[in-house]
Design a protein around this ligand. Structure first.
Ligand code: G3P
Ligand code: CA
Length: 251
């Protein structure tokens, strides 16, 4: 029987299963959960600041209306990203990526930075994100990913040896290992639905790491462990981490 004692756990948008997604509260709680890394989403404000938020528009996740790109960072200071949790946790600001970098410099978490550049293409989002990674010396603990593969790969223009992942929806790309190797990705980031053991093996044969999202049930977690998946990205890092620790002790 195969075992996978090195499988890592990433908190999707921070510990988003129990705290407001992509906030410093969700990031701090992810660290406390004992996970290995955090996945987060970056976009640009009107005045070109890198901020952490998932949607391009503010209406569903915050008490503001309209697009992130139409507000300056100053305007967004009073925006509450507490979303559905605001009754419980009160006001939770949208973090800047700079604030996050400063915080993550003080611990050893890995960060999967997802560049949001396929709904709206922000000029200079890659450059500004990479400048912050450089300034805080975080390169060794970063994986850049994006559904816009050109955008992810273009980060290498600013930092040639940055690790990048080809992010794809459920269903994925068949022969993804070859695709990633050919275009210079180090990692493949597929949605879990439709992913097979064979596809993971093909990736590994091509030297490509496989980090899968979003793992919120035990069947997926167990399968991916058995299949040798490198990391799972989950809304519940506490559950995944506890299960993994128990499993590793038994195997
Ligand atoms: O990076 C994995 C996953 O976060 C991609 O989908 O919509 O949650 O950003 P989404
Ligand atoms: Ca994401």
């Amino acid at each position: 029987k195969r075992t996978n004692k090195t499988m890592k756990v990433f908190a999707h948008r921070g510990f988003s299963g129990r705290y407001p997604q992509n906030t410093m509260l969700a990031f701090r709680k992810a660290l406390e959960s004992g996970c290995d890394g955090i996945e987060l989403d970056v976009q640009l404000t009107k005045d070109g600041e890198v901020v952490i938020i998932h949607d391009e528009y503010l209406d569903d996740l915050t008490d503001f209306t309209g697009n992130v790109r139409d507000y300056t960072l100053g305007d967004l200071k009073s925006c509450n990203a507490g979303g559905k949790w605001q009754e419980v946790y009160g006001f939770q600001p949208i973090p800047t990526f700079e604030e996050y970098c400063e915080w993550v410099s003080g611990n050893s978490l890995i960060t999967n930075v997802e560049i949001k550049s396929s709904v709206y293409y922000y000029e200079e989002l890659e450059k500004k994100t990479m400048e912050l990674i450089e300034r805080f010396g975080l390169k060794e603990r970063i994986i850049i990913s994006s559904f816009n593969h050109l955008s992810a790969l273009s980060c290498k223009d600013f930092m040639p040896d940055i690790k990048t992942g080809a992010l794809v929806e459920n269903g994925g790309i068949a022969n993804a290992g070859y695709y990633c190797k050919k275009f210079g990705f180090e990692c493949y980031h597929p949605g879990v639905e439709g992913l097979t053991k064979e596809e993971i093996e093909l990736c590994h044969k091509n030297g490509i790491e496989v980090n899968v999202w979003t793992i919120n049930n035990m069947d997926d977690l167990e399968n991916l462990y058995e299949w040798g998946c490198d990391s799972v990205i989950t809304n519940y890092p506490d559950v995944c981490k506890s299960w993994l620790e128990a499993k590793k002790a038994k195997d």
